[in-house]
Write a protein that binds this ligand. Structure first.
Ligand SMILES: [Zn+2]
Ligand SMILES: [Zn+2]
Length: 253
């Protein structure tokens, strides 16, 4: 299984528009972060988790010509705003499968009504195939995916386990019985916003505690704010099995 980090930045991305923060001015390519998403490829399958406002650029950058579906973690714009740009995939492949919690699906239906329209649809609009995800295993390609339920402040969010790989973002609390579902993962991705506490995201310390509980071989941090610091400095401070993800990083599991 090949994992490509398409984006690793928090909701505004790095650099933040108009910001003079030193990390936003950094020349290091690892300090440039699009909005969070990953591409997961195995056998002949390719799926993305989330479809934020940088989706088009991410598909071009990673040279993706086919996607078999999109799994949504939650409805926030930094994870969903790029849905219109599935058009080239739709034109070639037909309806694109989207996997989401019922609440997230309703939000997408409201905000992208023309995509979900079934009567008098505008001919240039893309279409999707809706697959509602509940908190129980579901089939994606030839794999059984295990959803991990967590909370982003009070908002329910899904993480996803693909065999020995798990991806969690925008988490602030995860209940013990959900953490149990992550036991035995080789590679864990989890959000770490910054050092300071935040009401709806793990800060660095909380992410590291979470990683310790799950105890994967390797862990990568994502959904990173410029306030966390320069990539190379933060990376040096991490335990030896924990890394900062960066855009275009490829990991095989
Ligand atoms: Zn987010
Ligand atoms: Zn969010």
């Amino acid at each position: 299984m090949k994992i490509t980090f398409l984006g690793t930045g928090t909701s505004q991305g790095i650099p933040v528009i108009g910001s003079n923060h030193p990390v936003c001015l950094s020349k290091n390519i690892k300090d440039k972060r699009l909005r969070v998403s990953v591409l997961i490829e195995w056998d002949n399958y390719s799926y993305v988790i989330d479809c934020g406002p940088d989706f088009r650029q991410q598909m071009l950058r990673a040279n993706v010509s086919k996607i078999d579906g999109i799994l949504f973690t939650h409805e926030h714009a930094d994870h969903t705003a790029g849905l219109d740009d599935i058009r080239p995939f739709f034109f070639r492949q037909g309806d694109i499968p989207v996997f989401a919690h019922q609440r997230v699906m309703r939000s997408l239906e409201r905000r992208f009504d023309y995509i979900f329209e079934t009567e008098n649809k505008y001919p240039g609009a893309p279409s999707v195939k809706k697959i509602v995800v509940e908190n129980k295993p579901f089939q994606v390609g030839n794999l059984e995916i295990i959803p991990i339920n967590g909370f982003h402040n009070k908002l329910q969010v899904f993480g996803f386990r693909f065999k020995d790989f798990a991806y969690l973002t925008d988490m602030k609390t995860v209940e013990e019985h959900e953490i149990e579902k992550l036991k035995g993962v080789e590679v864990l991705v989890v959000n770490a916003l910054r050092e300071e506490k935040h009401e709806s995201h793990f800060n660095l310390k909380e992410a590291l505690n979470f990683i310790k509980k799950v105890n994967p071989n390797k862990a990568y941090l994502t959904h990173i704010s410029s306030l966390l610091g320069f990539h190379d400095d933060v990376e040096k401070s991490l335990p030896k099995n924990v890394f900062l993800a960066y855009d275009n990083l490829v990991v095989t599991v």
